[in-house]
Structures are given as structure tokens and as C-alpha cells.
Design a protein around this ligand. Structure first.
Ligand SMILES: Nc1ncnc2c1ncn2[C@@H]1O[C@H](COP(=O)(O)OP(=O)(O)OP(=O)(O)O)[C@@H](O)[C@H]1O
Length: 281
């Protein structure tokens, strides 16, 4: 269980994280969703012990994230790629493994598993400099898994990633959940949060504005569904909170329907309703 209590962090005049509290249960995928500069990376940095909070606390199954014990339970895929370009994939993994005292006897099989897991086994002996952005991101994921961590933090893992690698990363996230890992995933792509996450926190200007499952957030903050019916009588547009009932009534009152569109609210609508602006600029 991850428990975050009233975290605060300032950088000079910027209050980057304001009083953030949340709980993440074991085996959950938790998505921290917010636009650029919202405070996602700063929150992750405090949760992984990379930077110290000004106030508040983080507990990873009772451990302080800055303790050595916690370090062995944390896997971090940072926002910017952290790899040696001139080394091969295998040599990069050997380097990362050396930071975690992995028993020598387990090393080869752990590296083999990790490369296979991210779909890079056939590129093991190739230099990273020839890899695409998506392959580098996947290798970073492999590196973060060598010591078999319980808590996996992924900071905007799909930034600059081609669609094929993106889908592979999504599959990997779901597979890690099946292995019982707890995953914290930051993104400013609402489709990713909507697709992957058991729980979503919406953050803006350092403040956690809403917390819940996607359907809870849609119910509480999504607003009504927009319906449009085009018929011989023209186009009729209306908002509805009871789609099937309103649609049946509207169809009964229409002649020769040409087209119907039903736009249900998404996390973008939730963000818009909470902040008055779009998630993406
Ligand atoms: N080391 C730092 N020094 C000064 N300001 C910082 C530092 N790190 C972050 N900030 C500021 O804190 C705020 C939150 O930044 P943070 O990187 O946590 O946001 P983010 O949601 O991760 O956005 P992005 O996707 O752009 O990284 C921003 O205004 C940012 O400029």
C-alpha cells in the first residue's frame, strides 16, 4: 500500500505540489493525470525518494521511500531516457543491475526475462544509439524491473514513443499488474488514463482536484451526454443524463433519421469541468 499524506513542495515562488494526499492499493494501476507543469514529476520524485518533501509524508508498505530497503522495492522509469547510447542493451542492463546487488547467479536470467518482457530480446547485442525512442523507453522499463520491484513508477512513459512501442508499453503495464505489481503512471493523455488505470488522480497547479475510478470521475464531474439527431426535420441537439430514455423519445418524435451521434463525457470533460480549461493546450 502506498500512502501519501499532505505532500508539499516549493521551488522558490512556485508551489509545485500542494497538500497532495492519496492511497494506492497493492496491484492497482494508479494514473496521475494533468497537463504540463501540473506537478506530476515532482510528486513522483517525492514518492520515490529522489527529492525530499517540504512537508507531508510518503509510506511504501510502511517504508520511507528514502530508505535503502524502499529503494530495492522501487522501479522508476524516468521522464527522460536514462541509458548509455554507446553501450549495447545487455551492457546497459548490466550497469543498472550493478546498482541493485542482484545475486550473480540470477543476473543472466533476470536480464533475459526483462529483455523478452519488453520485446527486445533479439536486439540484446545492439547499441542503444541505433534504437528508436520507443525502444529506448522499453529498455528503460526493462532496466527498472531487473531487481523485481513491487512499486513501479512510470513518468510519462509514452512521451515521444511510436504507436507500436506505445501498445507494447500498455501491454507491459497490464502484465505487470497481473504479476501483482503496483503501478503509478503519469500522463497528460487522458485516453491512456481511461484505458489503463484502476484509479485516477487529476492534478493541476500542484493540487489534486479529483480522485477515483474513471467511472466515478465521469459520474461526479463529467457532466451530461451530448446527443445529436439529424432527420428530415433538421438537426436536433440536446444534453441528456438518461441517454436511452431521452434517445427513444427523441427518435419517436423524429421523421426519417439520417444520423445519430452520442458523445459521452470523457476525462477531458472532467478536467474541463473542474478547471474551466482543456487538459491539452
Ligand atoms: N527543480 C525545479 N526547480 C524549479 N522549478 C521546478 C523544478 N522542478 C519542477 N519545477 C516547477 O514545478 C512545477 C511542476 O513541475 P513538474 O515537472 O512536477 O510538472 P509535471 O506535471 O511533471 O509536468 P511535465 O509533464 O511538464 O514534466 C512547474 O511549474 C515546474 O516548472
Amino acid at each position: 500500500m502506498i500512502q501519501v499524506n499532505s505532500l508539499n513542495k516549493r521551488f522558490g515562488n512556485i508551489h509545485a505540489v500542494k497538500d497532495v494526499s492519496l492511497e494506492i492499493h497493492p496491484g492497482q494501476i494508479f494514473g496521475l493525470l494533468g497537463p504540463n507543469g501540473a506537478g506530476k514529476s515532482t510528486s513522483i520524485s517525492m514518492m520515490t525518494g529522489l527529492i525530499e518533501a517540504d512537508s507531508g509524508s510518503v509510506s511504501l508498505s510502511g517504508l520511507n521511500p528514502q530508505s535503502k530497503e524502499a529503494r530495492y522495492k522501487i522501479g522508476l522509469i524516468p521522464q527522460s531516457i536514462a541509458l548509455y547510447e554507446e553501450l549495447t542493451a545487455t551492457d546497459n542492463l548490466s550497469f543498472f543491475a550493478s546498482l541493485y546487488d542482484i545475486p550473480k547467479g540470477d543476473l543472466a536470467s533476470r536480464m533475459d526475462w526483462a529483455l523478452d518482457f519488453v520485446g527486445l530480446k533479439d536486439r540484446a547485442g545492439d547499441r542503444v544509439s541505433g534504437f528508436s525512442g520507443g525502444m529506448k523507453r522499453r529498455l528503460n522499463l526493462a532496466a527498472s524491473l531487473l531487481h523485481d520491484p513491487d512499486f513501479i513508477f512510470m513518468d510519462e512513459p509514452t512521451a515521444g514513443v511510436d504507436p507500436q512501442s506505445r501498445n507494447k508499453l500498455f501491454d507491459n503495464v497490464l502484465e505487470l499488474k497481473e504479476l501483482g505489481k503496483t503501478i503509478i503512471y503519469t500522463t497528460h493523455y487522458m485516453e491512456e488514463a481511461q484505458k489503463l488505470c484502476d484509479q485516477v488522480g487529476i492534478i493541476d497547479h500542484g493540487q489534486l482536484l479529483a480522485l477515483g475510478t474513471v467511472s466515478e470521475l465521469l459520474n461526479q464531474h463529467g457532466g451530461e451526454t451530448q446527443i445529436s439527431i439529424s432527420s428530415d426535420q433538421g438537426v436536433k441537439e440536446f444534453k441528456s443524463s438518461d441517454v436511452s430514455n431521452d434517445l427513444i423519445q427523441a427518435l419517436q418524435a423524429s421523421n426519417k433519421v439520417h444520423d445519430i451521434s452520442v458523445n459521452r463525457p470523457d476525462l477531458e470533460a472532467v478536467f474541463l469541468n473542474l478547471t474551466g480549461r482543456q487538459l491539452r493546450d
